[in-house]
Design a protein around this ligand. Structure first.
Ligand SMILES: [Fe+2]
Ligand SMILES: [Fe+2]
Length: 392
């Protein structure tokens, strides 16, 4: 509140810079573990301060992960092989299996592309300027474009990360599965891009925090960090976001597209937990495992409250309300509450399954109310069908 009144006297451009800087410092201060902070600092510098994801159309990211070339061709991971067979059997065609002739009108109130749950009406009613009904629909349309744009950027990151993981992973069946995931991610990138550019006609730039996470994963040379970050954390985040969006939308093409993508993503997380359980519980020293434990916790906290749609704030509400006020609206909105719930009810059992929820780290998750989910099913217990069974 004090900060709000101090900032309100400033000219708008200066105020925007100060608010943004304070917000970004907030991200850094939230990270309490110096080792995790040091490992993420170069990506944070590129994403939050230099704004590389926004300033440049083409960003070069450099990675020096090892490529594991194995001429023994040993097949000794039957569960992974089963998952690979399932992935081959469930391939789909982004062009033929979706009805692209569907007429999508994001301004049609009969088939809203998103519900009002991301920025609820009771919050809009408190603002000094009232939105017309038309503006309200347009706001939802813009939020949908923003979300889908972030999905698209995330899928591009997933495409490269899965290719890198395929190179690094040590099991032959893991390389087989990795190949199917690369195809899946390419198809996801294809369908999100097609939906955005041919149906919604509006694309947003990559969110700074998403850029930081992707840059960190793609440039980290340690394959299991890539794996943990992409297959467990980011895929878990994506599954939560896709499910929330699916249930908030009534537009049939988008709902169908998301359902197809969710089935694939369920397999990707399953792949992650299979590979990492073996690696973390059998191959790492206690100290190495602790490092992964800390990293996963910091990333979980980052993901919990760093996707605030500031691009929408800047377009619609800057100058009307403070950035902090906007953060409060979004963080407490029904959509974000649902999203966090959906994300953590999958993520926490997965972290437990792979051995990263030891008594040492649990109290930290408890502080954020994330431990309540620990008894849920992990990805190895859930099929593609289970993942879409309760969608509505
Ligand atoms: Fe994907
Ligand atoms: Fe994926």
């Amino acid at each position: 509140m004090i900060l709000d009144s101090m900032l309100s006297g400033m000219p708008r451009p200066a105020r925007r810079k100060v608010e943004e800087a304070l917000d970004n410092i907030g991200v850094v201060l939230q990270m309490r573990n110096p080792k995790v902070f040091a490992s993420m600092a170069p990506s944070a510098l590129r994403g939050l301060l230099l704004k590389e994801g926004k300033r440049k159309d083409v960003v070069q990211m450099h990675s020096s992960h090892p490529v594991t070339f194995d001429t023994r061709y040993k097949m000794d991971f039957p569960e992974m092989n089963k998952l690979y067979r399932r992935a081959v059997a469930n391939q789909w065609d982004g062009d033929k299996d979706l009805d692209w002739k569907t007429n999508v009108d994001p301004m049609n109130p009969e088939l809203p592309i998103l519900s009002n749950d991301f920025v609820p009406d009771y919050e809009l009613d408190k603002l000094p300027v009232k939105l017309t009904r038309q503006q309200r629909t347009e706001l939802n349309y813009n939020i949908a474009c923003w979300m889908l744009s972030q999905f698209m950027h995330g899928e591009q990151g997933a495409l490269y990360a899965s290719a890198q993981v395929t190179e690094s992973v040590q099991w032959l069946e893991g390389k087989f599965f990795g190949g199917t995931q690369v195809m899946d991610e390419a198809r996801h990138l294809e369908v999100f891009n097609r939906y955005l550019t041919t149906k919604l006609n509006k694309v947003y730039q990559i969110n700074d925090n998403l850029f930081v996470i992707l840059d960190d994963l793609l440039t980290d040379a340690r394959w299991d960090f890539k794996f943990l970050g992409m297959q467990i954390m980011v895929e878990g985040l994506a599954l939560g976001a896709f499910r929330t969006m699916h249930n908030m939308s009534q537009e049939p093409l988008l709902k169908n597209l998301l359902k197809y993508v969710i089935r694939d993503e369920a397999r990707h997380v399953h792949y992650g937990v299979l590979a990492l359980k073996t690696h973390f519980t059998q191959e790492l020293s206690d100290q190495e495992r602790r490092e992964r434990e800390d990293w996963a916790f910091e990333v979980a906290v980052l993901m919990r409250n760093r996707f605030m749609a500031h691009e929408i704030y800047e377009e619609w509400f800057e100058g009307m309300i403070s950035r902090q006020h906007w953060n409060d609206i979004v963080l407490n909105s029904p959509a974000m509450t649902k999203f966090r719930h959906t994300m953590f009810e999958r993520l926490i059992p997965n972290l437990d399954y792979i051995g990263l929820m030891t008594p040492r780290i649990r109290p930290h998750y408890e502080r954020f109310g994330m431990l309540d989910f620990i008894k849920g099913k992990n990805a190895s217990q859930l099929s593609e069908q289970d993942m879409v069974a309760d969608l509505h």
